[in-house]
Design a protein around this ligand. Structure first.
Ligand code: BF8
Length: 515
């Protein structure tokens, strides 16, 4: 085994410990938008070679994170449109957003500048205006963050969710299995990893014709398939390598987003065939079976079943026994809620009768740099007084802790399905006859890994929700930036940004001050 393959085989937690984060970049204080730098602005008085001050550097970095996240979510929706042979919808935000919010966004100039696919131009402009020597007004850049958040919400989350439900059906509440224990040593195991439904749904259809095939999901593809079809969910983002490490996965099929490059070498260390399906998600050592429409998706699915079936005989001797000795039993969890199956009226009544103090959405990633168990424990405590909605990798953490009960904890699906949470917030606020920002709503992304978390947080901020961002600290390093964000959101919505990277601090702030 090569040294780099050995590195891939070591766990993500060990690699995170061995690769300490840059203490300048972690606070978004590093500017590398031109080649006179990188410039490191460790204190408020320093300026970069071009004269950019700390507030400008931090604001530009936040906008670039947001633009990256929005590009991913909007790309997901665009790929789905292409797959279905559809055009981008017109006047989409006008149709989907609460009218008072649409008017407000219009009045402050944060709506997308063009209709149809025009939001891609705004994402491009966000990159443009943060290049060397364009926008030097950090307040204007922070306004752009709201625009990109709105784009992410509607042309990413809402559009992708709506298209998926329209083509492949609405999720239904169901009990389903979670954890590595859902891998079946007696069957051909195929893992589906990534985000888009194009390849994933075709594999579910094809696998249904083969009794000896066990499909398992990873990350948001897995979450979607679980909610829609009851496919077992093996792992979230930081556990994706562990799926291969069982030695029982014949094929891992990936598309886009949150697919770690380490999988390429990891699969080489086992018998697992890595299969890529997206034109923008190629990986070394992988078989590429492109999926662009229903025909190519079905062909890919047939080939994958064949490749995986041949691979089972190549498992390392003893892999099954080793797995059975180590793997725990699969955990059962209640998943598959949506805006349709959550009773907004009932939830509002629970609040009105003072049986709960509010509603917290816990969304996004889990990070090897955060104390995952401490966050789960803290939200478990909060669930005694708050209803918790969850999506994405956080949903997996709550599932394996046995918390998803459909009473205190509701699992709303993948990260693009945060649109469900926005719809539920809207429905509860309509029951109450109030605006979203007048409601006890908090959206928390305690352990962001990807840029998508920043874009999602800004979307909910633009809706008027208070937001919490835990680790890392990209929003908090410069006081002018923090004050401007707080003042802007406070003036528009009376909402707040909570910047706590420790569960106890967040717990204290929520309990002492309400949401
Ligand atoms: O979109 S929660 S690590 S899997 S980004 Fe990725 Fe984060 Fe997981 Fe899905 Ni969301």
């Amino acid at each position: 085994m090569t040294e780099s393959a050995m590195t891939a085989v070591s766990g993500i937690d060990e690699r995170a410990a061995a690769m300490q984060p840059c203490q300048i970049g972690i606070h978004a204080l590093c500017c590398k938008h031109c080649m006179m730098g990188p410039c490191r602005l460790m204190n408020e008085n320093r300026k970069s070679v071009c004269g950019a001050d700390q507030a400008l550097v931090v604001a530009r970095n936040i906008l670039r994170f947001a633009a990256g996240g929005a590009a991913a979510h909007c790309g997901h929706a665009r790929h789905t449109l292409d797959f279905l042979g559809k055009r981008a919808p017109r006047r989409y935000i006008r149709k989907k957003a609460p009218p008072y919010l649409y008017e407000l966004w219009d009045s402050i100039g944060v709506l997308p500048s063009r209709d149809g696919d025009g939001h891609f131009f705004d994402i491009s402009e966000a990159i443009h205006l943060t290049t060397f020597g364009v926008d030097a007004d950090f307040r204007d850049i922070l306004r752009w963050c709201l625009r990109i958040g709105i784009i992410d919400g509607y042309f990413g989350l809402y559009l992708a969710t709506g298209l998926e439900h329209g083509k492949w059906g609405f999720p239904k509440p169901r009990r389903a299995t979670v954890s590595l224990g859902c891998i079946d040593p007696g069957k051909v195991n195929i893992a589906i990893h990534g985000h888009e439904p194009l390849a994933a749904s075709a594999l579910v259809e094809e696998a249904a014709r083969h009794e000896n095939v066990n499909l398992v999901g990873v990350c948001c593809s897995g979450v979607s398939l679980q909610a829609r079809y009851g496919v077992p969910l093996a792992a979230h983002v930081t556990l994706q390598e562990d799926v291969v490490r069982t030695g029982l996965i014949e094929a891992m099929v990936v598309d886009v987003q949150c697919v770690m490059p380490s999988l390429s070498e990891m699969c080489e260390c086992f018998h697992t065939r890595l299969i890529t399906t997206s034109g923008i998600g190629r990986m070394p050592n992988a078989i590429h079976l492109p999926v662009t429409d229903a025909g190519s998706a079905a062909e890919m699915a047939r080939k994958v079943i064949g490749i995986a079936g041949e691979g089972k005989t190549k498992r390392r001797p003893g892999a099954e026994a080793e797995f059975l000795a180590k793997a725990g039993k699969p955990v059962k969890a209640l998943v598959g809620f949506s805006g349709r199956s959550v009773d907004a009226k009932g939830l509002w009544e629970r609040y009105e009768k003072k049986r709960i103090r509010g509603f917290i959405a816990v969304v996004g990633c889990v990070s090897p740099r955060s104390d995952r168990d401490a966050w789960v424990t803290m939200f478990r405590e909060l669930s005694e007084e708050y209803v918790i909605f969850t999506t994405g990798c956080m949903g997996f953490e709550f599932a394996r802790a046995g918390l998803l009960d459909g009473e205190r904890f509701f699992h709303l699906g993948s990260c693009v399905n945060n649109a469900h949470i926005a719809e539920i917030f809207r429905a509860i606020s309509e029951e109450a006859g109030r605006r979203i920002d007048e409601m006890p709503f908090l959206v928390s992304a305690p352990m962001a890994v990807t840029e998508k978390c920043v874009a999602i947080g800004l979307f909910f901020a633009a809706l008027g929700c208070s937001i919490h961002l835990g680790y890392p600290h990209v929003f908090s390093a410069n006081q002018q930036v923090v004050s401007c964000l707080e003042e802007t959101l406070g003036d528009l919505f009376k909402s707040r940004i909570l910047l706590c990277d420790h569960p106890r601090n967040l717990y204290g702030r929520i309990r002492e001050n309400g949401l």
